[in-house]
Design a protein around this ligand. Structure first.
Ligand SMILES: [Zn+2]
Length: 279
């Protein structure tokens, strides 16, 4: 077996999907190497989520350039500059109507201090759920200090029709079950490595409803560049989840990858990513 075939074989056995990142925010000179490190770690697909009109344009461009990147289109609640009007909605709809856009993300609610007004956030969330339903795109959403309103709006807007995932989940088992009942997956990130309560929750959740992510973005608040989270850290999340679920990494990799691709409703196939699937 030559080295290339070996590399592909290695990737196939533990091919992972990093379901939520903001890799567009890294510099264009850094990105090719970041993606190389990710591929070497077995990350077969990275979703880059937009948070503003500008970054939505950027992630779409990335997805057109790199075969292992796809885009999410959406407005992050914390990045709202004011009410989401019809003109912004039209821009987003145009951006989302493209083959490399595979989900609606990032959207949601963020009730941290200094966040935009809640009524503005809720209106933007509702509008985005409606566009996602119209386009048939799964919704990968953010929720911070806003679980009750998030669940209520998802339910009232019939978001379960398109499904998706609760990104960076760190809530209770009861909340996870509510989200799953509504038709959503639970997306786990690096907090799984250090939060005992989240570990207990993750151990009790059905593997067929779990996906994983790194939420990578340039962490300038960490002085040491080596410590910034990148997609190549994803195997750490997979390994922790395997330990908690009392299974092996290959099982977790296969399940979370299959779950993500199923969630995307065939917009990305295992074949085009070079992933061998059991089924
Ligand atoms: Zn995000």
């Amino acid at each position: 077996m030559d080295r290339e075939a070996q590399a592909v074989g290695q990737t196939s056995s533990h091919a992972l999907v990093d379901g939520h990142t903001h890799i567009d925010q890294y510099g264009p000179t850094e990105l090719p190497q970041l993606l190389e490190r990710s591929r070497d770690a077995g990350v077969a697909l990275i979703i880059a989520a937009g948070t503003t009109i500008e970054t939505c344009t950027a992630v779409r461009l990335l997805a057109d350039i790199y075969p292992d990147v796809r885009a999410g289109i959406g407005l992050h609640p914390a990045d709202l500059k004011g009410p989401m009007d019809d003109a912004i909605e039209a821009q987003l709809r145009t951006l989302a109507d493209h083959p490399s856009v595979v989900e609606w993300s990032e959207t949601g609610l963020d009730y941290m201090p200094r966040s935009p007004r809640w009524d503005i956030q809720q209106d933007a969330f509702r509008r985005q759920i409606r566009i996602a339903r119209e386009l048939g795109l799964p919704i990968v959403f953010h929720s911070r200090e806003a679980s009750d309103d998030t669940v209520r709006i998802l339910r009232e807007e019939g978001a379960g029709e398109v499904g998706g995932a609760w990104h960076y989940f760190d809530g209770s088992l009861e909340l996870a079950r509510t989200a799953m009942d509504l038709g959503f997956h639970i997306s786990l990130a690096k907090p799984l490595l250090r939060l005992p309560e989240l570990q207990t929750v993750a151990a009790a959740l059905p593997l067929e409803r779990l996906v994983i992510e790194t939420d990578s973005y340039p962490q300038h608040f960490k002085k040491n560049r080596e410590r910034w989270t990148e997609p190549w850290h994803l195997p750490q999340v997979a390994a922790k989840l395997a330990e908690l679920q009392e299974t092996d990494v290959a099982t977790v990799a296969e399940a979370t990858t299959a779950n993500y691709l199923r969630m995307l409703g065939g917009r990305v196939s295992a074949e085009e990513l070079g992933i061998a699937t059991a089924s």
